[in-house]
Design a binder for this molecule. Sequence first.
Ligand SMILES: [Cu+2]
Length: 381
Amino acid sequence: MKSVKTVLIAAGLAALTLAGTASAQTAAAPSIVTASPAATATAPGSGQSPATVAAPDAAAPAAGAAPATQPAAAAAKATIPEFYGPTAGIGQPTDKIALQAQVTDLGHQAEWFHNDVLMPIIVIICLFVLALLAWVTVRYNRRANPVPSRTSHNTLIEIVWTVAPVLILLAIAVPSIKLLAAQYSIPKPDITVKVIGHQWYWSYQYPDNGDFEVVSNILTEDQDKAKGEPRQLGVDNRMVVPAGAVVKIITTSDDVIHSFAVPAFWLKMDAVPGRLNETWFKVDRPGLYYGQCSELCGARHGYMPIAVEVVTKDQFAQWVAANGGTIGHGKPASSDATANSPISNPTATTTAPTPMAGAASTPTENATAAAKPAAQPATTN
Ligand SMILES: [Cu+2]
């Protein structure tokens, strides 16, 4: 009885190790993207700056227009909408020892691979080896078998124990490599979000939507409670993306290596200073999904959660407008923004974005980015 328990524990441990390896693969081989001209000198912000900063650098392919004054930043901040709250058992840790419920196609594929391929193989191998050991210790100990066999070779057995593991490894390798390849084959993206890790918070830039930036800080425990968010996972400003859209994620960092990870999306990508890594996801179900920085990045590594809100197209447009951004090919999302867009107001002078109350420091990239500069280093470090 005890040995059965041992096997189960051993099988569990082996599975965990394998699962760890599988998810580590996600982060293992980051692809490098050439530095984009929109490369950013990221916010020098203090870790606690709670503001959402909209960068109105917008649709400025034309005329080298200077960035317009930010449309009433403080007012926008007050009305930035949140559409979904957390759903128990979805997009957040549960008390089960299992993968989080997956909400992407890749996640389902990985879940199947883990639960229906790797786990059974691991359990069968463990039980088989245990049975062999038990048989040997019982049947061939000194008392039961005083005169040992002198056999030293058996061709059939040797072939079997070489070929069988090879076949097992091949059976694992095929779906594994398929999954890995799918993670790195980014379909044509509907929207790109640039994710920047900072000690110790995240910021999200929306280059397709007027290049505004959202700065995302952890909530306090009391705020989490008040909003019904899971402990230490709630943030003040979420990353918001439309449902059913292929979201291309570009990660980089402002200081040290972080890792952007959302378990329910089967997503993990290192955010490395001076590099741009890319990955993607597509989620059809609107809702709120949590993740955490997954690369030890310093004292407050455990306090830079990720909250991704997947919303409908209309809600997304609403959210973008509230952030002073634009939808579509540089077209302003709201009439409000029209008045201030660089196109309709070509004489706008260079004005630093208005810092909002509480935001001691704001990103400074707007002033330089609009000048369509020669290649800029990807990050400042
Ligand atoms: Cu980090």
